[in-house]
Design a protein around this ligand. Sequence first.
Ligand SMILES: NC(=O)c1ccc[n+]([C@@H]2O[C@H](COP(=O)([O-])OP(=O)(O)OC[C@H]3O[C@@H](n4cnc5c(N)ncnc54)[C@H](OP(=O)(O)O)[C@@H]3O)[C@@H](O)[C@H]2O)c1
Length: 286
Amino acid sequence: MHISILGLGAMGARIAARLLDHGHTVTVWNRSPERAEPLIERGANIAATPREAAERNDLVLSIVRDDEAAEVIWLGDGGALHGLRANAIAIELSTVTPDWTRRLGEAVAGRGAGFLDAPVVGSRPHAEAGNLTFLVGGESSALENVRPVLDVLGGVVHHVGAVGAGATMKLAVNAVFAVQAAALAELLAMLRGAGLNESEAVGILNALPTASPAAARVATLMTERAFTPNFPIDLVEKDLGYAVEVAQAFGVEAMVVAATREAFAEASGRGFGGDDIVGIAQLYGG
Ligand SMILES: NC(=O)c1ccc[n+]([C@@H]2O[C@H](COP(=O)([O-])OP(=O)(O)OC[C@H]3O[C@@H](n4cnc5c(N)ncnc54)[C@H](OP(=O)(O)O)[C@@H]3O)[C@@H](O)[C@H]2O)c1
């Protein structure tokens, strides 16, 4: 297929590389153009603006930081919406709010094009290996049209509802992960403080039915002080903020998620924002 990709951060660059490796024709755009260079060497075409990228192809994917970034690249001057073809399909892969995806979905429908919100579960290694999971909101017909592309990027696709449902589901997934990571950071500090052997304690925690696969992995990485980023703390904090907003919109006072967000904001403020989610342990002397 002929695909345009807007956003070549850690995730977008890996997604573009994988699509190129699987024989797709790929046009890329990124705010900082130098990030496109390794992809151009691998055969990608470059567009000068998101609009130009959208004008060239029938499938347009975006994966940028947040709502603000997505709004600029879709609706701003030179934004992709202005170049979108009537028969195109646009997919928002970024972790953003359901409100934004619904706004964008309406704008895309106004051009006569199809739209999916399809945030991804999995991090940099999953993007490289084609192991991403997609949480999709939107029409089944649009999903079936793009399924061959999603199959290259990941095996699992959950179609969870209308536009906005994918974003809402994704915020819940990330909040469940982050709450566990923050709790483990605190509790490992407690166990160390009480004089228990940390590795042995983690072995016990991880062997019990109270552990989840994600919590077990985080606990082990905390004992290894393995903070090289896959899912950076700054992005975790952003996603928790969105989750609190969405919960509030439905009258849910998400106290645990809000407190977890404060812990991650504190970690960002102390200079750990570029470290992996596991690096939340550093707040507690880990
Ligand atoms: N990392 C993960 O583990 C992971 C996993 C699943 C989903 N996600 C989500 O995927 C999205 C991208 O994540 P990432 O890890 O690739 O982030 P990243 O490495 O920080 O890259 C961010 C991307 O957003 C662009 N951007 C930021 N602000 C912008 C603006 N105002 N206008 C235009 N472009 C802007 C950046 O452009 P520049 O290069 O010019 O800065 C870059 O392309 C986020 O929504 C994130 O939450 C991340």
